[in-house]
Ligand binder design. Structure first.
Ligand SMILES: [Zn+2]
Length: 201
């Protein structure tokens, strides 16, 4: 992760843009390291997509003892924080009269979605809210809030921004399908094969 953030992303990609006049937010690189490494962002992402497997066309395999050891070795403390949930994920991966893990009570709070980057607000302490055009929106981080409420407005620092992204439309999957029957959601997403079976079950 260190190499990816500081070498690949920062030194190879961002810093060279400086000579073209772009303002590079150097301190944000430190913050991305902080989020990804210190605050466990990557583990939260994995857990989120694993819990939502039934809304995907792929599913993360249950983990083996070797996998558990690898994670604890690479990320000391991982087992304490995520181990129990992944054990339950293993247990619930085989149909046995129970619901998919997202609908079972396994000590997981389904997160709000970030209006800007559309990844859920996975690091709880960084989640912020704001109101735009009379609508309350959630953001995964102050920078995503800034992007929507300050940078992507019709004017920025007094200049018109006709080419800026607008972050409009149906941005939240959860809102789009709110109140739908699950079978209709799966069909609407196109995850039903010609033989009537779904792509993963
Ligand atoms: Zn975000």
């Amino acid at each position: 992760w260190h190499r990816w953030i500081y070498d690949d992303y920062y030194r190879t990609y961002l810093v060279p843009l400086e000579k073209y006049g772009l303002v590079i937010p150097h301190d944000l690189i430190e913050e991305s390291w902080n989020q990804i490494w210190n605050k466990g962002y990557v583990h939260e992402v994995a857990q989120f997509f694993a819990t939502g497997w039934l809304a995907n066309y792929w599913r993360i395999d249950p983990m083996t003892d070797k996998d558990f050891e690898w994670f604890e070795y690479k990320y000391p403390g991982w087992c304490d924080k995520y181990g129990k949930w992944w054990e339950n994920y293993n247990r619930l991966s085989t149909p046995n009269g129970h619901h998919p893990i997202v609908a079972e009570d396994e000590d997981y709070q389904y997160p709000h979605r970030c209006w800007t980057c559309m990844v859920p607000c996975l690091v709880r302490e960084d989640m912020v809210m704001d109101e735009v055009d009379g609508q309350v929106r959630t953001y995964c981080h102050e920078m995503c809030r800034w992007t929507d409420t300050v940078a992507f407005r019709p004017t920025y620092l007094g200049r018109q921004t006709p080419n800026m992204g607008k972050l409009i439309g149906k941005r939240e999957w959860e809102t789009l399908y709110h109140g739908w029957n699950w079978a209709d959601v799966v069909a609407d997403m196109g995850y039903v094969r010609d033989d009537g079976k779904t792509l993963i079950a």
